[in-house]
Write a protein that binds this ligand. Structure first.
Ligand code: HEM
Length: 447
């Protein structure tokens, strides 16, 4: 009898400590949270079992508890503080940045070099060292050199379709543009020239696809396992990406550096900057206030990135304890412990009618000269905020503009039979993409 009793007590303790206590973290600290987050997983279970897209998950979380400045959620069992208030966003991303210097990384650096060591996931001192080394690759003056590399890819891309000599070429745009982006990254970051439309199965493309495709159940399972039992995953040496992918990119960088070193080759790309940094040569970072590149961004671009920010949400990790002082009657000072994650729900804020009236409407006029001054600070963030914002924003805008400039000089984009109307979001991946792909036709312009 006593054994039976002890067994039940042990089981109850296990359930309490592993299932119930973790999802009571916020309640215990007087922070609002969902009444019944799902055991073990928390609030994102619908996304995990593919019942909603990551976009829908983020908007749903953001819209809970109207009127609060922040509240607690659980992502794959981990307590996360969702921030809604622009003033708190300003503090954590800019004013008090040194309390929140890192992005969250489920995957420990030693467990997966490609994931753990990239700039997005680099932490503290490593990030402080790396960011100024890479920043010169993205300044306005560097974009002039990059312009030449991207233009070459763009012309090849458009020529590929011009040669087809068809009135309307039907294609899935995500795949086609991914190939283009792949070629652009290959040339401007790795110094490798590939044509992923002509050679659809080139190794660089296939490996890049593997490395960025975060949609499979296998990857999702590894993410959850890393967040629940990181030590066990580390011990089992389970990497997020396949060993072959990691080896391919590491070898590529090593070999390219060796060949350049030996033959004194200088090419205006990122490998060159890394080689210079290794030798101790640091390029001065250009003042980013001068010609930020955004001066050329048009209202329609800004509105596209408001309505459809391709990075649906971003995050920060508390690296030094921090207190959010109480402001409203229902708040107490909230002490955030080191290690706690904060969610910045980009799409939630971009679609909040308080900041963007009639938010579902695509209206570039929100950003015209007369209206743009009315947009509240810290409510527009497609490329994130503060010192940890997107390093590649100019690059991304330049690449997109060049592609569309060349493409639309020869073709019109038209809906085809396979075009999904209305478009539904994919539930299979963190990435913002369409359930049935983006099928469109390239219709040749009569000249
Ligand atoms: C439309 C395209 C893009 C969008 C919407 C986008 C958006 C973002 C966002 C929201 C973040 C997080 C910022 C934060 O937490 O405050 C980020 C970080 C980052 N992005 Fe982008 N990005 C884009 C394209 C690119 C490109 C083309 C590159 C590189 C060539 C790039 C490289 C990075 C890096 C390295 C970081 C991490 C920066 C750091 O932690 O210091 N992004 N991006």
């Amino acid at each position: 009898m006593i054994q039976w009793f002890l067994g039940v007590a042990a089981l109850a303790a296990i359930i309490y400590y592993f299932c119930i206590k973790p999802i009571s973290y916020w309640r215990e600290r007087g922070v609002k949270q969902n009444d019944r987050p799902t055991w073990l997983l928390g609030d994102d279970w619908k996304f995990i079992i593919r019942k909603e897209s990551f976009f829908e998950f983020t908007v749903r979380c953001y819209n809970q508890f109207q009127g609060t400045r922040y509240y607690g959620i659980y992502e794959s069992g981990q307590p996360t503080l969702l921030i809604k208030d622009p003033e708190i966003l300003r503090k954590i991303t800019v004013k008090d940045f040194d309390h929140f210097t890192n992005h969250r990384n489920f995957i420990p650096e030693e467990a997966d070099p490609l994931f753990g060591k990239n700039l997005f996931f680099s932490k503290g001192e490593k990030w402080r060292e790396m960011r100024p080394i890479l920043s010169p690759a993205f300044t306005s003056s560097k974009m002039r050199t990059t312009f030449v590399l991207i233009s070459k890819c763009t012309k090849e891309f458009v020529n590929h379709f011009l040669k087809k000599n068809q009135k309307c070429i039907e294609m899935e745009m995500k795949d086609t543009f991914t190939r283009f982006t792949n070629d652009v990254i290959a040339t401007s970051a790795f110094g490798v020239e590939v044509d992923s439309l002509k050679e659809p199965d080139n190794e660089f493309y296939l490996m890049g696809k593997e490395a960025t495709d975060l949609g499979g159940f296998g990857i999702m399972f590894k993410f959850i396992a890393y967040s629940l039992v990181p030590e066990l995953m580390k011990f089992l040496r389970i990497t997020l990406l396949k060993q072959a992918v990691i080896k391919f990119f590491c070898d590529l960088v090593d070999n390219t550096m060796q060949v350049r070193e030996k033959n004194n080759i200088i090419r205006p790309d990122m490998i060159h900057l890394l080689m210079e940094a290794k030798k101790g040569v640091h390029h001065k970072e250009e003042n980013s206030d001068v010609n930020t590149g955004f001066t050329t961004v048009k209202e329609a671009d800004l509105e596209s990135l408001r309505k459809w920010p391709s990075t649906v949400s971003t995050d920060r990790v508390c690296t030094k304890p921090y207190t959010i002082e109480a402001m409203n009657a229902d708040e107490k000072p909230l002490h955030i412990e080191k290690g706690i994650s904060l969610m910045i729900p980009i799409v939630g804020i971009h679609r909040d009618p308080k900041y963007y009236p009639d938010p579902e409407r695509f209206d570039p006029e929100r950003f015209n000269d007369e209206n743009k001054g009315k947009i509240d600070p810290f409510t527009y963030m497609p490329f994130g905020l503060g010192p940890r914002n997107c390093i590649g924003s100019r690059f991304a805008l330049l690449e997109t503009k060049l592609l569309f400039f060349h493409l639309l000089s020869h073709f019109e984009l038209v809906p085809v039979e396979k075009t999904q109307v209305p478009l539904k979001l994919s539930r299979k991946t963190f990435n913002l993409t369409a359930e049935k792909g983006f099928w469109l036709g390239l219709k040749r312009l009569e000249k």
